[in-house]
Design a protein around this ligand. Structure first.
Ligand code: SF4
Length: 356
């Protein structure tokens, strides 16, 4: 099996799902690193990795979805719910700028009282106040919920966001994108086909989006592989408009699902399999948010980019720890790989316009 996979990688031919599963279960770490680095070299220098400093601003913890793996949400009416005012959001952004941050990702719960116009108003204000920053304004999952609450189609909602100045609606809230996983853990959130329909509408409106995955719940290897299969197919079918794939790990504290945290070694092996399998996505991103400085070992397993996060209540509530000692994190880069702070990426429409 390994010889055939190596032949495919050398010939730039995609590997299949059984081969992805075999790699994860049987390949040595050295073989995974070698194959992932070969695929990485098609898109990125192998001796350089890039990073951004960013904050995830969790504007509300009110949520009606009740995902059992979530440590962050509070059902409407609970005593410790919150919904940040615009000024409070700006205080969080100010804290990021003091740390040299470049990007703000917004992420909140499915708040039943919010509508598309509420988001548009918030985003318009922060863009005006912080023109030097880039914004990931919401995740696909939040987009789906607020679009339905606003009684709009995905196409119409995405068009309104685009016209209001939104650039990115990123691929968060995907976890494991199979309906078997969704039925077990978050039946109130969405079905997998619906997620992809929403993401396609976002891309078709000219907005940028990204791919994500979270591992380490109780998902089967088949479910993990299916996530990659559907993602690669979606990227191929929609014209390879997503620049990146980010994988992070479930933290099992303070929620209904609980369980054990998977090892960093398992995470790194899956990162390599993802790099080898997703041969139509240019950037594979490692998660400092959930692996701390050990995430930089992922640069040997096919990853080429990462964030230095300054805050994210969702993962911190679940047990993640965040360090602002950026130099210490960067010092963990493997020998032979230099780290470079980059500018936020343009969305695909901006790249097209620049090429004209
Ligand atoms: S994961 Fe997101 S959608 Fe699910 S309960 Fe938590 S905040 Fe709500």
């Amino acid at each position: 099996m390994l010889a055939e996979i190596r032949r495919k990688v050398d010939a730039r031919t995609s590997i299949g799902p059984q081969e992805a599963a075999w790699l994860f279960e049987h390949a040595s770490d050295e073989d995974l690193k070698e194959l992932a680095t070969k695929v990485k070299a098609r898109f990125n220098p192998v001796d350089e990795a890039t990073y951004l400093i960013m904050a995830i601003v969790n504007y509300t913890n009110v949520c009606v979805a009740r995902c059992d793996y979530c440590s962050f949400y509070r059902f409407p009416g609970a005593a410790d719910t919150y919904h940040l005012s615009t000024d409070q959001v700006c205080e969080r952004i100010d804290a990021l700028t003091e740390l040299g941050g470049q990007l703000v990702g917004f992420n909140g719960g499915f708040h039943p009282d919010l509508r598309v116009d509420d988001y548009i108003e918030l985003f318009r204000t922060v863009r005006q106040r912080y023109p030097q920053l880039a914004f990931y304004e919401m995740t696909v999952a939040e987009f789906m919920f607020v679009t339905k609450r606003s009684k709009l189609s995905y196409a119409e909602s995405a068009r309104r966001f685009r016209e209001a100045g939104t650039r990115w609606i990123t691929g968060g809230g995907a976890e494991i994108l199979t309906n078997s996983f969704r039925m077990r853990h978050s039946p109130g959130k969405y079905e997998a086909e619906d997620y992809y329909a929403a993401q396609e509408a976002i891309l078709d409106a000219g907005l940028g989006s990204t791919a994500t995955m979270v591992i380490g719940f109780d998902e089967t290897l088949d479910e993990r592989v299916q996530h990659l299969v559907d993602l690669r197919d979606f990227q191929a079918r929609t014209g390879a408009r997503m620049p990146s794939f980010l994988c992070w790990t479930y933290k099992p504290w303070n929620n209904d699902l609980g369980g054990e945290e998977i090892s960093t070694e398992e995470y790194l092996r899956w990162l390599a399999v993802s790099r080898i399998f997703l041969d139509n996505i240019p950037h594979i991103r490692a998660s400092v948010l959930t692996q701390n400085e050990r995430a930089l070992e992922g640069l040997l397993y096919g990853a080429d980019d990462f964030d230095l996060p300054t805050e994210d209540e969702v993962t911190q509530k679940a047990g993640a720890t965040i360090s602002h000692q950026f130099e210490q994190v960067l010092a963990a880069a493997p020998e032979g790989i230099r780290t470079v702070q980059r500018e936020p990426w343009p969305v695909w429409t901006e790249l097209q316009d620049a090429a004209k």
